[in-house]
Structure formats: C-alpha cells, structure tokens
Design a protein around this ligand. Structure first.
Ligand code: FE2
Length: 199
C-alpha cells in the first residue's frame, strides 16, 4: 500500500514492577489525603471527585521516601521515552511536579493538557475493576473540519481517540501537549494514581 503514516504521537507504557513500592505508595497516598486539610478544601471548592494534592503540596519526594523512590525509578523510563521520541535535549529533564490523585467511584477528570512541561505521565497505584482507561485525543482534532469519521475497524493510528487501560503498576508517559481525560467510571472502589511533569 503506497501510503506513509506521518506525524506519529509517542505514548509510552511500562510496568513499575515493584509491588512493595506500590503498597507503600498506596499507604502514603491515603495518609496524605487524611492529613492534607488544605488539599481537601481545594478539592471541595473545585468539585474534584476525591482527593488530589495537586494544588496543595509541592514537595512529595522530600516529604515521603516512597515518593523519592518512585522519582528515582521513573527517571530511566523518562529517559527511554525521550530517546524513543528522538528528542534532542541539551540537558537532563527534571521532575518539576508530582501529585496524588484519589478518584472516587464515578469520578472523572475532563480533557486537559499539562502546560509549561515537556513530558507528563501517571503511575497507577490501585486500579479497581471497572476503572476507566485514559482517553487520548488526536492533537489535530480541531483541524479535521470536514474529515469523515473512521470505520469501526480502523487501527489505532487512524483514530481521533485512543484508550489506554492501566493496571496497578502501569507507567504511562506522553508529551505534555497531548490532550487526555479520564472518563467517568463504573468502578466500585477508589482509583489511586500519581501524576507528574518533567521539564
Ligand atoms: Fe493530566
């Protein structure tokens, strides 16, 4: 077939492969949610369906050794991703922010990008049955205009939205401009994840 598929969007999926660290992180995330009154207040004011430390805590790796361990373990994954994406970098990327998300059953997080960052990602700590996948959006969507929908059997690279299903331990990485969302879930338990930005 004389067709080349151009302008690929890299998306990285790996496994943390460290159950002991995942257990520690689950414990730490729940402890933060219990202790961080400012964060809980922010979640209430902004109708966040659960708890996030995004707006209240910016020092998790200093505060808790489990997050420092996680940051150490993420570094080689981020390096592998930037190499696979052929990024020509003049210095090592730096972990700029890292935060906890505890999403209640039925909770969702609408479509967004992560401004002022280069690589973003999430590590999944607890993923109950029925938890939603991450929905990724073709960044060219606003340009598609009269472009027709794709057939139901279209491969991933031809679709405007692709779903990535995490499990506990999954590490997802993407370039920070890639719009993504967490659709509302049918899960009966909390989904715990840790998101981060590198710049
Ligand atoms: Fe996000």
């Amino acid at each position: 077939m004389p067709v080349r598929h151009l302008f690929a969007t890299p998306f990285y999926e790996a496994d943390l492969a460290d159950d002991a660290l995942l257990n520690e992180l689950a414990h730490s995330c729940r402890a933060l949610a219990a202790d961080d009154a400012a964060g809980r207040r922010w979640c209430k004011q902004h109708r966040y369906p659960g708890y996030t430390s995004y707006a209240s805590l910016n020092d998790l790796p200093l505060r808790d050794p489990a997050f420092a361990d996680l940051a150490r373990k993420l570094a080689p994954h981020v390096r592998a991703f930037t190499q696979a994406a052929h990024m020509d970098l003049d210095r090592k990327l730096k972990l700029d922010s890292i935060w906890v998300n505890i999403l209640k059953p039925g909770g969702h997080h609408s479509g967004h990008i992560h401004p002022l960052s280069l690589v973003s990602g999430t590590v999944y700590v607890e993923v109950p049955g029925g938890a939603s996948p991450l929905r990724l959006e073709d960044p060219r969507l606003p340009l598609l205009m009269a472009s027709p929908p794709r057939t139901p059997d279209a491969p991933e690279e031809a679709r405007a939205h692709v779903y990535a299903q995490p499990k506990a331990g999954s590490i997802f990485l993407w370039e920070s401009w890639l719009r993504h969302e967490v659709p509302a879930s049918n899960a009966r338990a909390e989904r715990i994840s840790i998101s981060f930005n590198y710049r």
